[in-house]
Design a protein around this ligand. Structure first.
Ligand code: CMC
Length: 435
């Protein structure tokens, strides 16, 4: 990646009786950054930023978020335009290569992805090793990392061609693995991919077709699945992407790195929130129970949070949540579940929260997970699959960010420091002498 940082007037920091001039860089949009790489060597202090609330960990040209405006851009294109007009496979090309493909490029890319949808026959044995009640995310973490054991010809991270093949393999095989994780949990035979189908239709078929009858893809649900994938495809340096980059910074192979991203995504504060949000809506159950629940959320002595609300970066309506809400209504109408009581709870909860001082003051708006659970449930997925679907979509973001990092000449192994507050140096005492 060619650096596009622009030089800005320097910043001066005064610390330990020393004044230090630090370079400041600007990007194409968004806040400038102060380059503190020399700070420790020159002043003997570290910066302290748990949770990285003020720290840019890298230069990136893939995705941009303006949290105050509620804007999300993939390579400059607004997410709502992509959700309305693009396809997931086209968005994958965009994220990976930086530009929308022309027809020839799109056809070739589509072929490259469909060509890799099958899994090595031996790979299916992995699934048998899991308990039937295993969480599909546990299966994903285990099996995706194991891809490195099968595809030795795409683990040389220093070869750009191998890196590209690894990214095609990951995007192509993730739906096949995810569908198998689902089929295994419901005790149904695995369904092989059909390469004449588009990405989302193929995935739905692998999840829901059974050998006993013909499976017809519902085009409305297939489009909804595709848009779900577009909306979740990338989100700049979030926790799982940063995990992928950190794992990759040591030189680990791409399959191992994506597996680490899946593990991080699983947490309820990240990708697991869609599962948690639906569980919460079901627990509330009816509109009349909302005030009681809101009171619990606002109680400073309770740990209860309104799942699907709030975001580290968005201090405005998450633009993906708007698109997801639209999708939710579309899917519920298609499956004849417009009167779904959970949807009523969600809409009422959203209305109350958006006018309640607690949420307004803290700028807590619905995030993408608020409506995605209801949508996925209506499409036939159990809650345990929600985060898996997020992982299928986010794979392209992870691998695009990993590739960008590998092409960045300034990339180093990620190695944060700490402020140590433990015991200072002391001498070992024999057990007989300890009190
Ligand atoms: N419900 C109630 N209060 C909340 C919530 C919430 N969902 N989120 C934040 N707050 C309060 C929090 O208690 C704190 O209040 P106070 O200042 O009185 O202590 C204040 O808002 C700031 O919270 P924070 O925890 O410092 O904010 P954060 O930026 O560290 O957390 C978050 C971001 C997404 C982890 C958090 O908002 C959250 O836990 N939300 C629920 C889980 C969720 O929906 N996650 C999905 C995120 S979007 C998809 C993805 O990226 O994976």
């Amino acid at each position: 990646m060619e650096s596009k940082l622009t030089k800005k007037p320097t910043a001066t920091i005064s610390v330990n009786n020393k004044q230090l001039e630090l370079p400041v860089y600007g990007g194409s949009v968004g806040p400038d950054v102060i380059d503190i790489r020399k700070l420790y060597a020159e002043t003997n202090v570290f910066t302290y930023d748990p949770g990285f609330t003020s720290t840019a960990s890298c230069e990136s040209q893939i995705t941009y978020i303006d949290g105050d405006e509620g804007t999300l851009l993939y390579r400059g294109y607004p997410i709502d335009q992509l959700a309305d007009k693009s396809t997931f496979i086209e968005s994958c090309y965009l994220l990976l290569h930086g530009e929308l493909p022309n027809k020839t490029q799109l056809d070739k890319f589509t072929r490259d992805i469909t060509y890799h949808t099958m899994l090595h026959a031996q790979f299916d044995r992995f699934f048998e090793g899991f308990r039937r009640d295993a969480h599909p995310m546990a299966i994903m973490v285990g099996t995706v990392g194991a891809l490195a054991a099968f595809y030795h010809d795409s683990t040389d991270i220093n070869d750009p061609k191998q890196r590209l093949i690894a990214s095609h393999r990951l995007i192509a095989k993730m739906p096949t693995i995810a569908a198998r994780a689902f089929k295994y949990s419901v005790g149904q035979p695995f369904v092989s991919p059909r390469n004449e189908l588009d990405y989302a239709s193929n995935f739905l078929r692998m999840c829901f077709a059974v050998p006993a009858e013909e499976y017809k893809v519902n085009p409305v649900l297939a489009r909804a699945m595709d848009v779900f994938f577009i909306l979740h495809a990338d989100h700049e340096q979030n926790a799982s992407t940063s995990t992928v980059r950190l794992a990759g910074s040591s030189g680990a192979n791409p399959f191992a790195c994506i597996s680490s991203g899946i593990a991080c995504l699983w947490g309820p504060a990240h990708g697991g929130a869609n599962e948690a949000a639906l569980n919460m809506l079901e627990e509330i159950g009816t509109v009349d129970k909302i005030p009681e629940f809101i009171a619990k959320v606002k109680d400073p002595n309770s740990e209860v949070r309104l799942m699907g609300f709030g975001h580290r970066v968005y201090k405005n309506y998450d633009p993906r949540a708007k698109a997801m809400q639209k999708l939710c209504h579309l899917v519920l109408k298609e499956v004849g579940a417009e009167d779904n009581p959970i949807l009523k709870v969600a809409m009422e909860l959203e209305k109350i929260a958006l006018s309640d001082e607690y949420f307004v003051k803290r700028k807590l708006y619905p995030n993408i997970d608020f409506y995605s659970g209801i949508t996925l449930r209506a499409m036939g997925f159990p809650t345990s699959m929600f985060t898996v679907l997020f992982a299928v979509a986010r794979t392209v973001g992870w691998i695009a960010q990993w590739t960008e990092m590998m092409e960045d000449a300034s990339q180093k192994i990620g190695r944060p420091r700490q402020i140590y507050t433990g015991a200072p140096k002391r001498d070992y005492a024999d057990v007989s002498q300890r009190g």
